[in-house]
Each structure stands twice: as C-alpha cells, then as structure tokens.
Write a new protein. Structure first.
Length: 99
C-alpha cells in the first residue's frame, strides 16, 4: 500500500520532465518553461506560492500529453489546428426566423 511519500505516479522536476519529453535529445528546460507560461505544455503542479515555487510534473501527465500529440501525418495536425481556432458556426438570422 502506498504512503503519502510513495507513488506509482512519480513527480518529476523540470530537468527530468524535459528528459522524458525529449527522448534521446532532452528538451530544453527553457522550452518547457516557455510552454508552461503560454499554456502549451503539459499540466504541472506548483508546490507552494510565488514565482519561485517548485514545479513538478506527474509522469502520467507527461505520457498523456505526448500521446495527445501523436499524429499520422502533417495534414492531420493542420486539420486539428484549424478546428481548434475555427469559431463555432452561427445560425443565420433567416434560419432562426424560419424555425
């Protein structure tokens, strides 16, 4: 049985998280920090308050984020990106009046 200090889902510091995300060529910690600031990277935990509080990443979250980025082709990525920025189509006034 796991205690509060043991986990099947370890927390990783930035350097370790960058290594997991980068594979054979470790990702720059600066890149990970920039992603975190812009909201583009994996979810993270902040341990404490203030700008200098320690940041940790759950290993399961890094794996989930990597899996979410898997693509078959660049066209698939382009289509997903377009769907993400395309505003919801609004019904025309004529269609609403006719209904």
């Amino acid at each position: 049985m796991a205690t509060p200090f043991q986990s099947d889902d370890p927390l990783l510091a930035e350097t370790s998280a960058a290594g997991v995300l980068g594979g054979d060529e470790p990702l720059s910690v600066k890149t990970l920090q920039a992603w975190r600031a812009s909201g583009k990277g994996p979810r993270f935990l902040k341990l404490g308050a203030g700008p200098r509080a320690a940041v940790r990443y759950k290993l399961s979250e890094l794996r989930r984020w990597l899996a979410e980025g898997e693509r078959q082709s660049t066209a698939e990525h382009t289509a997903r990106a377009a769907d993400a920025v395309r505003p919801a189509r609004r019904e025309s006034t004529a269609a609403r009046v006719a209904a």
